[in-house]
Design a binder for this molecule. Structure first.
Ligand SMILES: [Zn+2]
Length: 254
């Protein structure tokens, strides 16, 4: 859940080819054949979604054992997998949530889950609800509808306008999930503030997408996996996605 932002991406280094010097010669110069002076055709590279290529990349061991190569390997897999259809993600929308903002959010998660479609994830095991900060009463009814007695109506405190770790306002973009070990389904609730415009933070989406992946295999992984592993797996994917490991000496620091 930890929010990360403000990293600077390492600039791409340019390869500079040095010119070669031709030594003088005393051989008779023969005329050179005419050179086609027309400029070479511009090469355009369009990335394509190639599932077989991605599968091969996943099975290929990174070229060198250093972490940078492992990170780069994960980044390559993720960036290609993001081009595909991803994992279908659906949600129930509240009466006041902006449907266009909801669609943008769902699309972002669907694409970010692309990498996990190669690791057995066919659908996200969540009943997802998208709402705005104005939907407190609607949310209460929705929790009962989705979760029955398992639901926790204390998560959203209307007096303090907080929902879990979120401080709610018209600019919020925040949420929480309540996994159910018996059903294997997470009840997921997100608030998209009524004035919120924009795309979800890609780092956050990549991070939360890993938790959806973890949810597929267990709804109570916190009971047997240490938090550093659960959150570390999510953050490693986030770091790899955007090449954020570059220039760092520690996991979080510089
Ligand atoms: Zn997390």
């Amino acid at each position: 859940m930890k929010k990360t932002s403000g990293y600077s991406l390492a600039a791409l280094s340019a390869l500079i080819a040095t010119g070669c010097v031709v030594a003088p010669t005393d051989r008779a110069l023969t005329p050179e054949p005419p050179v086609d002076a027309s400029p070479p055709e511009q090469e355009t590279y369009a990335a394509v979604y190639d599932p077989a290529g991605i599968e091969a990349l996943i099975r290929q061991v990174p070229e060198y054992p250093e972490w940078e190569y492992v990170y780069a390997h994960i980044q390559a897999i993720n960036s290609q997998a993001e081009l595909g259809p991803g994992v279908p993600v659906d949600a129930t929308l509240s009466p006041t949530v902006d449907p266009e903002m909801a669609r943008v959010t769902l699309d972002a998660y669907s694409k970010a889950m692309g990498i996990w479609s190669f690791f057995g994830v066919e659908e996200v095991p969540a009943v997802w609800t998208l709402m705005s900060e104005l939907d407190y009463d609607w949310w209460r009814a929705r929790v009962v509808e989705v979760e029955g007695e398992q639901g926790d109506l204390a998560v959203w405190d209307a007096e303090t306008s907080t929902m879990g770790h979120c401080s709610l306002s018209s600019q919020s973009f925040c949420g929480y999930g309540n996994p159910n070990a018996e059903t294997g389904i997470t009840a997921q609730y997100n608030v998209i503030g009524s004035d919120y415009r924009g795309v979800p933070n890609a780092d956050t989406v990549a991070h939360e997408g890993v938790h959806f992946y973890q949810d597929v295999y267990s709804q109570d992984y916190y009971s047997f996996m240490p938090c550093w592993f659960v959150e570390g797996q999510a953050n490693t994917t986030l770091l790899c996605r955007a090449g954020l490991w570059k220039g760092r000496r520690t996991f979080w620091g510089k």
